[in-house]
Design a protein around this ligand. Structure first.
Ligand code: AMP
Ligand code: MG
Length: 514
């Protein structure tokens, strides 16, 4: 690997603390603090994403030095590792300084096209921002993040990516259910990549501290590096930047709705400034369709981060970013317009996406009502979101609705419910007949839009159990399946969640403990 080509521009460009101290502390006015990784003594590399490594310019795994790097066992002397400071609103409340508590940056690499990618370890030890936690990660949550971020990438959803996963060789104590029963779990460390790991929270922290100059410097840096469409000499550039972040965020949320993804912890510190899905914790794909579903047990009282709330929360988070950027933009009306437009923009994109899911050629008058009705139907009939659309592709060839949709329901439908489904299908058929595209084109569109394979939590749960017993068969199968989500490579994965996993922690609900 080209580890010698990793650079660390933050260290040259921004104010930071070079003491290297891991003492947990506030670091006002600063963007980063240098900190060394743990240097694990007995790690074991489990997965390496060679294709990603080559794409970003890091190259193939070669020397022991490369494995040591991925394992957080050692770093070459040219790499001065650091953690960044950010703040955030958690569950709607200002949480002050947070920061990379268990993420440590190696820096960034450029590929032959000049594309820049940041690399960080997650779980490689404590940093000044660990806030009394250990800076470690367990195999359970690291594997979930590795597989899910890659699954999202192959689905076509904007996301950070996973480069490698290793066992750290350590045991880590976690209270998985927050019920006082702490236990040892296998420790792990992953490396992950992103064009940038900057979050809304980075801007919130500087703004809250009144650090206008550094805030401006950070915004200029982001515009220059990641928003080439914005003219750096434009007097409106910060407002344009905010508008772009809002648009990218809307795109990301629409994609979440397309594949049925629930993030679970949409705090502003978990919102990427580039509109990427970031910080995979107690996430879930929907099995049964429900707008009120939240996978996060911590979120259960208010269901703030439930599936159906995600667009609203994204907008709320953008309000916080607007407040943070206000010193640079100083135009309340402009910011409000962008925020209000978010809603319009989101619903427009959402309906266009839904039209693709149903195989419609664009959005026609009355389609929004059809989409709302379909949501209500899916929810009332407790259908599996992914399987429902799969069966919809072929329903016209099937003589019996009841048999055709049998495997889609989580509880046996009543006669009345079946009747509702039939009426819905009649409406659907009427709408399809208004299509200008052919039936074959319509089905092709549905096949490209609706995944056949989603990485369900019960599959991750089983995979983790097997790995804990040293078995890798399911892991290898999942790694293959997630690369081809619009096909059915392993038909056994294209089924609804088996009932034995109903209510099992880790299968439909999860805690943040990781
Ligand atoms: P999250 O809910 O995972 O986004 O984490 C919120 C904050 O807690 C972030 O600043 C994390 O870096 C920090 N954090 C979470 N788990 C740990 C841990 N095991 N050690 C150190 N910091 C952590
Ligand atoms: Mg986070």
């Amino acid at each position: 690997m080209n580890l010698d080509q990793i650079t660390q521009q933050y260290l040259q460009k921004f104010p930071g603390d070079f003491s290297g101290s891991t003492m947990q502390r506030q670091t006002p006015k600063l963007i980063f603090s240098t900190v060394e990784i743990m240097k694990f003594e007995h790690p074991e590399l489990l997965i390496f994403n060679e294709r990603l490594s080559e794409d970003i310019g890091l190259g193939k795994l070669g020397k022991q030095e490369d494995t040591d790097f991925l394992n957080a066992a050692d770093v070459p002397s040219n790499i001065k590792t650091y953690a960044t400071a950010y703040a955030g609103h958690q569950f709607g409340n200002w949480a002050g300084q947070l920061g990379d508590g268990r993420a440590i940056f190696a820096g960034e690499i450029r590929n032959k096209d000049g594309k820049q990618t940041e690399i960080q370890w997650k779980g490689a030890g404590a940093t000044p921002y660990s806030r009394h936690a250990d800076g470690r990660a367990v195999l359970r949550s690291s594997l979930r993040e590795y597989l899910m971020s890659e699954a999202m990438f192959h689905l076509g959803v904007p996301t950070t990516r996973a480069l490698s996963l290793s066992l750290s060789g350590e045991q880590v104590v976690r209270d998985m259910l927050y019920d006082g029963n702490a236990a040892y779990e296998k420790g792990a460390v992953m490396t992950r990549t992103s064009p940038s790991f900057l979050r809304f929270g980075h801007f919130e922290l500087l703004s809250a501290q009144g650090e206008k100059q550094t805030l401006q410097q950070l915004a200029d840096f982001v515009i220059e590096n990641y928003f080439p469409e914005i003219d750096v000499d434009d007097i409106d550039k910060y407002a344009l930047f905010f508008q772009q972040v809002a648009a990218k965020t809307a795109d990301m949320i629409v994609e979440w709705y397309r594949v049925g993804f629930v993030h679970g912890v949409m705090n502003t510190d978990n919102m990427s400034i580039l509109g990427l899905t970031i910080d995979y914790g107690p996430f879930s794909f929907l099995d049964e369709y429900h707008l009120n579903f939240t996978p996060n047990t911590t979120d259960l009282p208010g269901r703030r981060y439930a599936f159906g709330n995600q667009a609203k929360i994204a907008q709320w988070n953008l309000w916080q970013l607007a407040n943070a950027l206000f010193p640079l933009i100083k135009d309340e009306a402009k910011l409000e317009t962008i925020l209000n437009n978010f809603n319009t923009l989101f619903w427009k994109k959402h309906d266009e996406m839904m039209a693709c899911k149903f195989g419609f050629d664009g959005v026609q008058k009355g389609d929004d009502e059809f989409f709302t009705n379909s949501q209500q139907l899916m929810q009332d009939l407790e259908v599996d979101y992914t399987l429902f659309f799969k069966q919809l592709e072929t329903y016209s060839q099937s003589p019996d609705v009841k048999i055709h949709f049998e495997e889609v329901f989580y509880s046996r439908p009543t006669e009345e419910q079946l009747q509702r489904l039939k009426e819905f299908l009649t409406l659907y058929q009427t709408r399809l007949e208004k299509n200008k595209r052919s039936e074959a084109d319509s089905i092709k569109l549905m096949k490209e839009t609706n995944p056949k394979f989603i990485l369900r939590n019960y599959l991750l749960f089983e995979c983790i159990n097997e790995l804990n017993e040293g078995k890798k068969e399911l892991l290898n199968k999942l790694l293959e399946a997630l690369e081809h989500p619009y096909e059915e490579i392993y038909p056994e994965f294209s089924v609804k969640r088996p009932s034995k996993f109903d209510g099992e922690t880790g299968c439909s609900t999860l805690s943040c403990s990781s």
